[in-house]
Design a protein around this ligand. Structure first.
Ligand code: NAD
Ligand code: MG
Length: 396
């Protein structure tokens, strides 16, 4: 029986993970569930799955959850804050950790799971973007296992023959073809992007996801973050990765080999497939996902990315090449800009402008330790906030 901790249990990936686990109760037990502030949802999950621990990042929310569970006579122990998250991510009784907190907030608990030698199922791409070297070193030094959940990276992993940490260039890999749908604004006239609303941006054509990653998909910053993620996971550089816009989201990415073979992983756009793959690996198990009907799909399109429409792609590629803390700076500026867009403080094209301006005033440093990374993350947030406030005061 594998004991599973889900960091970010109340989110889109968290719910999909619980759905898969519920199909295999003979193999997996829910050890801990965590959330930020969503008391009611975590409470319902605790009632259903009866984990040993529940963690709320927010201290007040933790108290409320504790009261509700006590009234029901449930034995789930409630913890709070970053300490609580780190505790369950590295707990001696946890075998697998699903890292599905969104954004930089997931970095420290995810790193703790790696340092404790767990099987880390990595959905939280921002953690790897921020601290790629530290994180990969922690995996190797502590005999942890790293299985990618991001559908593209999980697809690439499935198209490779070896272990997650093999150097792909020794395996005859010529390049990685990283696919992305292009999001909801792929064909919208550029002049209309200024007035798109958060509601339009989060309405992804193929995937049902949390708000932040949905906006990232609309700007294609998501693909840029994924490029950086792929460089770390597969020990390569942006020169060996081609981004391919594929609107149907049926091919989840490809690997091209020296002999001309191109291997693709295909399926429905449903995250339960990579989640079930990573839980069962190296075996396979049912995920509950509908079968892919190729006759319904009928045809597949592939086009090159449009860098004018998606300036975030260029910014992320630049950050990937610069390395050090530059990707952490890019990520932090983007998180602040996306939140400002969702709050209607910033127009859609403003997201890329904020990121560009922050990258323009800050230079990355060597990302050898967590303190430096977190410091640059904080500085980038302040710079992004300042830029947004300045832009707003000019408009008003
Ligand atoms: P979501 O917004 O639906 O859920 C986020 C979860 O994180 C929630 O449980 C929330 O309570 C928790 N959380 C948020 N802020 C927190 C904080 N400060 N401290 C502790 N917990 C916090 O997001 P999602 O769509 O499930 O995405 C989660 C991660 O997975 C992201 O990094 C995303 O890029 C990645 N991912 C998601 C998908 C998808 O299909 N949703 C696909 C690929 C990768
Ligand atoms: Mg993805």
């Amino acid at each position: 029986m594998k004991q599973v901790t889900i960091l970010g249990a109340t989110g889109s990936i968290g719910l999909s993970t619980l759905d898969v686990l519920a199909r295999h109760q003979d193999q997996f037990a829910v050890f801990a569930l965590t959330a930020n502030t969503q008391v009611e949802r975590l409470y319902q999950q605790c009632r259903q799955y009866q984990p040993v621990y529940a963690v709320m990042f927010d201290a007040q929310a933790a108290e409320q959850l504790q009261n509700k569970l006590q009234q029901d006579g449930l034995e789930t122990r409630v913890l709070a804050g970053l300490e609580g998250l780190i505790n369950v991510a590295s707990h001696a009784h946890t075998d697998y950790v699903m890292a599905a907190i969104v954004g930089a907030a997931g970095l420290q608990p995810t790193l703790a799971a790696a340092r404790a030698g767990k099987r880390v199922l990595l959905a939280n791409k921002e953690a790897l973007v921020m601290s790629g070297k530290l994180f990969m070193d922690a995996i190797k030094q502590n005999d942890a296992e790293l299985l990618p959940i991001d559908s593209e990276h999980n697809a690439i992993f499935q198209c490779l023959p070896g272990q997650p940490t093999d150097n792909i260039h020794d395996l005859g890999v010529k390049r990685i073809l990283l696919t992305g749908s292009g999001g909801p604004f792929r064909q919208m006239p550029l002049s209309r992007l200024q007035t798109v609303t958060p509601e339009q941006a989060v309405a992804h054509p193929n995937w049902d996801m949390g708000q932040k990653i949905s906006v990232d998909s609309a700007t294609m910053m998501n693909k840029g973050l994924e490029l950086i993620e792929a460089c770390w996971l597969f020990d390569t550089t942006p020169d060996f990765i081609q981004i391919v816009v594929h609107p149907q989201s049926v091919v989840h990415s490809m690997v091209e080999y020296d002999d001309g073979s191109v291997l693709a992983q295909m399926g429905q756009p449903d995250m339960r497939t990579p989640i079930a793959h990573a839980l069962a690996w190296p075996k396979r198990m049912d995920s509950g996902v509908a079968r892919l009907n190729l006759f319904d799909v009928a045809h597949l399109d592939f086009v090159p990315p449009d860098y004018e429409r998606f300036p975030c792609l260029q910014l992320a590629e630049q950050a990937a090449r610069e390395g050090g803390t530059t990707p952490a700076i890019l990520n932090a500026a983007n998180e602040v800009a996306v939140q400002a867009f969702l709050n209607k403080e910033l127009g859609f094209p403003g997201i890329a402008e904020v990121v560009e301006s922050v990258l323009g005033v800050m230079s990355g440093r060597c990302a050898e330790n967590l303190a430096t990374i977190l410091d640059d993350d904080e500085q980038a947030r302040l710079q992004a906030r300042e830029f947004i406030d300045q832009t707003r005061s000019k408009v008003q």
